[in-house]
Design a protein around this ligand. Structure first.
Ligand code: PYC
Length: 334
């Protein structure tokens, strides 16, 4: 019988949860965060399940674990834990984690206001502004993002045939814009979006097997997120999305890796310029400011380096116990 205690600091980034596990974390094997992510999934996934799923978490729960950097040049490394698994990269998770880590003194950046973070998907450069003890905003410069495929089609029971593009921004996103069979997220409830997304994601990965594999890291593969777009709530916003992840989640934030993928898609189609602000609204209307920092290539193909700026707020300290004695020690899903 064993009982494990995890000290967590809970926050939200523009509405989406970030549970930073600051105590009780396991040592991981591997030379970099991509290898350590695989080690965690093999040996310690029960921690993710116990802390993310009900009864200790919920459908949208998402979090992170901080580790020392593998390269001493960097400030720290990060493992993302979610109901959906361990994401290679998470934008809202990064903004929340940096806000918590700075405000709570968990890290001491080599250069105040600047951080170099090792994520499983690559090195992320971060800037943040702090006023007294509070972090006002965090801006992350994300991994190379690119349009992976366009004008694919999939059949969705009630809606009919849908056309979509796939773009990478740290995870692979199927992006569904308004079209004949889909008028936009403004006309759909969150539960309908979740219902359709589950069907579509399974079908996409079956219909297009092995099409979406990161050229530099084959552990990053397949469409994991579905982004539905639609009319923004605010006239000043550039766009609005509902991003589906896990089995039942709609991101409450505008989704950092999703916004990166969206900007890569728009850039490739000549609809967004380098340096132009892309004000992205979430399903609940919260905002990230995205920007294409520069053009680059990945495996000889067009890509961008995007940045995302947003804010997070800490709302609690949470000492959570996972006791083998509890039939729901490792959580459950309904
Ligand atoms: O912000 O990148 C993100 C993200 C991924 C899943 C939920 N949020």
């Amino acid at each position: 019988m064993s009982k494990k205690t995890f000290f967590c600091i809970d926050a939200h980034t523009c509405g989406n949860p970030v549970r930073l596990v600051a105590g009780g974390i396991p040592n991981l094997l591997g030379k970099n965060m991509s290898e350590k992510r695989q080690n965690f999934l093999k040996e310690f996934d029960w921690i993710r399940k116990g802390l993310m799923f009900e009864p200790r978490g919920h459908d949208m729960m998402s979090g992170s674990i901080l580790y020392p950097p593998n390269d001493p040049e960097n400030d720290f490394s990060i493992l993302f834990i979610e109901t959906s698994g361990c994401l290679p990269m998470c934008g809202h998770g990064t903004i929340g984690t940096v806000t918590i880590a700075v405000e709570e003194g968990l890290i001491t950046p080599k250069i105040p206001g600047k951080i170099k973070m090792e994520a499983p998907a690559g090195i992320i450069e971060i800037e943040y502004q702090q006023t007294e003890k509070k972090v006002d905003w965090v801006k992350l410069t994300n991994v190379k993002s690119y349009l992976a495929a366009e004008k694919l089609t999939i059949n969705c029971q009630e809606l009919g045939e849908l056309s979509f593009d796939v773009a990478y921004g740290g995870n692979f996103y199927a992006i569904i814009d308004p079209q004949e069979n889909f008028s936009g997220i403004q006309d759909f409830t969150a539960s309908k979006i979740i219902q359709y997304s589950n069907i579509i994601r399974n079908r996409i990965n079956k219909k297009y097997p092995n099409l979406f594999i990161h050229p530099e890291n084959e552990t990053i593969r397949d469409v994991s997120h579905i982004m539905w777009t639609g009319k923004p709530i605010n006239a000043t916003s550039s766009g609005r999305n509902a991003v589906f992840y896990g089995d039942k989640a709609i991101d409450r934030s505008p989704c950092g890796t999703g916004t990166s993928a969206r900007m890569a898609q728009l850039y490739a189609k000549g609809k967004l310029n380098i340096g132009e602000e892309f004000i992205h609204e979430s399903y609940i209307g919260s905002i990230f400011i995205g920007k294409i920092e520069k053009e680059t290539t990945i495996n000889g193909n067009l890509a961008i380096i995007p940045s995302i700026k947003g804010w997070a707020k800490i709302y609690g300290y949470n000492t959570i116990i996972i006791d083998d004695d509890d039939p729901y020690a490792h959580g459950f899903q309904v």
